[in-house]
Ligand binder design. Structure first.
Ligand code: SF4
Ligand code: SF4
Length: 380
């Protein structure tokens, strides 16, 4: 499985990761089957946000002997109050649940200490301006966590998290329907009732992915399948349902994304998710489905490669991606982005303006203009 490096750490994750929420309240046999199938398939990144001790213990037991082969996202502030999942910003309570996570998993470290569910400005202040952040920094200093991450569903708040400079990993909800929605905490509630809501690529989301790439913050993706709604003919906001492979490919082609966390509770589901790695380009191609949404992504490059081949062999999607990142209004172009661009075999300056790409692009992207701008910005 392709591995991608996470943030500024020395850790790399496979492009398919495991979400574990569907393992909650399942018998141990189901947990073991799923975790073992994931490990056997080469999955090495797992998210575990649930605060319940029982599911944590089952997962720890299933990982026994192979703990070091799984990078774990464990959450700080995810607690279990009155038998219900909850969020706490009280340090004593958060510490108790995080220590319980270590004990339940029978481990002395968590790879990513994730600051949990930071969606609103109030969430941000309650974590980043308080002793919760100090606690996470201390855990990192002690080596109890190897890196700090955070989870969010809101692009405006996520931008502040990334700009804090504290995190290497952001868990964020990404799929083609959410990308067309305005910044809200839970766009899932609007799927299936999207009349008037999907008005074009949300600039805040697009900017967030580019900012992450610029700052060297990686994204692990949740809600890749829109809780299954994008796979359903009844609920899809597009002309038809997407496949699991198309949803995964969409997420993996956004800037900064390292891994998609697919929620599974059986070996079959794990195998379906990792089956993405063996799909053909045609099977991964999401463009025919999402281009059907009127007014959707028009004018925005979605990095789908439909414009190929280019007679000058320019990797148009990649040039567009670097251009998008460089165009963010955040000052100088990061040296790493300029370096990646220059390392391409062919550049914007090679464009002869034949227009073949623009004829083929389902999203009416002004490719010729983009190639000219890339050449100006990067100097080749
Ligand atoms: S320019 Fe159009 S066809 Fe080419 S990668 Fe971008 S969106 Fe796809
Ligand atoms: S217009 Fe430029 S980028 Fe597009 S196909 Fe022709 S040479 Fe390639």
């Amino acid at each position: 499985m392709e591995q991608r490096r996470i943030g500024h750490t020395d850790m790399s994750a496979g492009i398919i990761g495991l979400g574990t929420e569907h393992l909650d309240n399942k018998p141990y046999a189901v947990v073991e089957e799923t975790i073992h199938a994931a490990l056997d398939a080469g999955i090495n990144l797992m998210d575990l946000f649930m605060p319940g001790e029982e599911v944590r213990r089952k997962i720890g037991r299933a990982l026994a002997g192979r703990r070091d082969r799984m990078l774990i996202q464990g959450h700080i502030c995810s607690v279990d109050l009155n038998q219900q999942y909850d969020i706490s910003r009280d340090l004593t309570t958060c510490r108790k649940y995080f220590e319980n996570l270590l004990r339940s998993l029978n481990t002395d470290y968590i790879d990513f200490g994730m600051l949990f569910f930071i969606d609103s400005p109030e969430d941000f202040a309650a974590v980043f301006d308080t002793s919760i952040l100090e606690y996470a920094l201390k855990l990192k200093e002690q080596g109890t966590i190897r890196a700090i991450g955070a989870s969010s569903h809101n692009p405006e708040t996520a931008r502040r998290i990334v700009e804090s400079g504290v995190v290497d990993l952001l868990m964020f909800s990404i799929n083609p329907a959410f990308d067309l929605m305005p910044a809200v905490s839970d766009p899932l509630t609007m799927l299936g009732d999207t009349a008037g809501m999907m008005t074009g690529m949300d600039p805040a989301r697009a900017a967030l992915y580019r900012l992450c790439e610029q700052k060297g913050v990686s994204i692990s993706v949740m809600k890749t399948l829109g809780a299954g709604k994008l796979l359903s003919a009844e609920h899809t906001p597009f002309s038809g349902p997407l496949t699991v492979g198309q949803c995964i490919h969409y997420a993996l082609t956004r800037p900064a994304v390292v891994s998609t966390l697919i929620g599974c509770c059986s070996r079959a589901q794990v195998l379906e998710a990792v089956g993405y790695c063996n799909l053909s380009d045609e099977e991964r191609d999401f463009a025919p489905v999402i281009s059907s949404y009127r007014g959707g992504f028009q004018g925005s490059c979605v990095y789908c490669n439909h414009c190929q081949p280019c007679p000058m062999e320019i990797d148009i999607a990649t040039v567009n991606k670097y251009l998008d990142i460089a165009r963010l209004d955040t000052g100088a172009i990061p040296p790493s982005i300029a370096q990646h661009y220059r390392a391409l075999a062919h550049h914007g300056s090679d464009c002869i303006g034949c227009g073949n790409c623009e004829t083929r692009c389902p999203f009416r992207v002004p490719v010729i203009d983009n190639m000219r701008r890339a050449a100006e910005l990067f100097g080749c």
